[in-house]
Design a protein around this ligand. Structure first.
Ligand SMILES: C[S@@+](CC[C@H](N)C(=O)[O-])C[C@H]1O[C@@H](n2cnc3c(N)ncnc32)[C@H](O)[C@@H]1O
Length: 235
């Protein structure tokens, strides 16, 4: 599996297919990590979340892990072009499922983690391993921001999501040899690893969602009794 071949095309492909929607998901809860001191970014790709984070929180130490050397090169170049110093960013070119990269993650626990459109690259077993590995390296109360695709429970929204996801997985399987064949929800592995869903916002009729999970945190409040339309932004 490698994203190297599509790395140079990733930005314009995103722009043409979804406009600013994916970036709205990535940054929906950016403020939650505005004061984080030690941040882990997994599968950061072309660095759109990283750039937004560095602008908001210029003093955070950031560890970026990605299996694509091309993605890392292009992101480092983008930082230089934007005049942002990469002084506080540690780059790790590694496959997070191999278990090896942890050695370079440093000693200090992370108080924030973010991964966007990354966990949906994996079948259940490697997904569980990644979540367990991150849990070991996250401090109590650490926030984990996750944006991903999702499949609504019912209705035309479900059919639409399944059609879109089938074509996306077919494309990424061809272009990158992605190991996942279908979307696996990370909710249960996250709960089993001690994370609690604190906030969830849905986009594009439930096709996309953006979450805040907290290690050992308080659960998201139950939505109020449903007397009218259920708010779209809560699960
Ligand atoms: C679908 S892209 C998402 C990129 C970016 N996070 C975004 O929001 O657009 C998935 C990214 O995860 C990286 N990746 C996939 N599998 C990986 C693995 N096993 N270890 C580390 N990075 C991986 C890819 O190289 C790619 O940059």
């Amino acid at each position: 599996m490698s994203f190297d071949a599509i790395a140079p095309h990733y930005r314009w492909l995103e722009c043409v297919t979804s406009g600013g929607l994916l970036q709205r998901c990535r940054t929906a809860f950016l403020r939650e990590v505005a004061t984080a001191g030690n941040v882990l970014l997994l599968g950061e790709g072309r660095g759109r979340f990283l750039l937004a984070l560095m602008r908001l929180n210029p003093h955070a130490r950031i560890t970026c892990v990605d299996a694509s050397a091309r993605m890392i090169d292009l992101t480092r170049r983008a930082l230089r072009q934007q005049g942002l110093s990469g002084r506080w960013v540690r780059w790790i070119h590694a496959d997070v499922t191999s278990g090896v990269p942890q050695s370079g993650w440093g000693e200090q626990p992370f108080d924030a983690v973010a991964c966007h459109f990354f966990l949906d690259c994996f079948p259940l077993e490697p997904l569980q391993r990644i979540v367990a590995m991150v849990s070991l390296r996250a401090s109590p109360g650490a926030r984990w921001l996750i944006s991903d695709f999702s499949v609504p429970d019912k209705g035309w929204q479900r059919i639409r999501a399944r059609l879109i996801l089938a074509s996306l997985y077919a494309f990424f399987r061809l272009a990158t040899h992605l190991p996942a064949r279908r979307l696996v929800s990370p909710d249960l592995p996250l709960q089993q690893a001690g994370f609690v869903l604190e906030q969830r916002r849905r986009f594009s009729f439930g096709l996309l969602q953006s979450d805040v999970w907290v290690k050992g945190g308080r659960a998201a409040p139950e939505p109020p009794p449903c007397h009218g339309r259920r708010p779209e932004s809560r699960s």
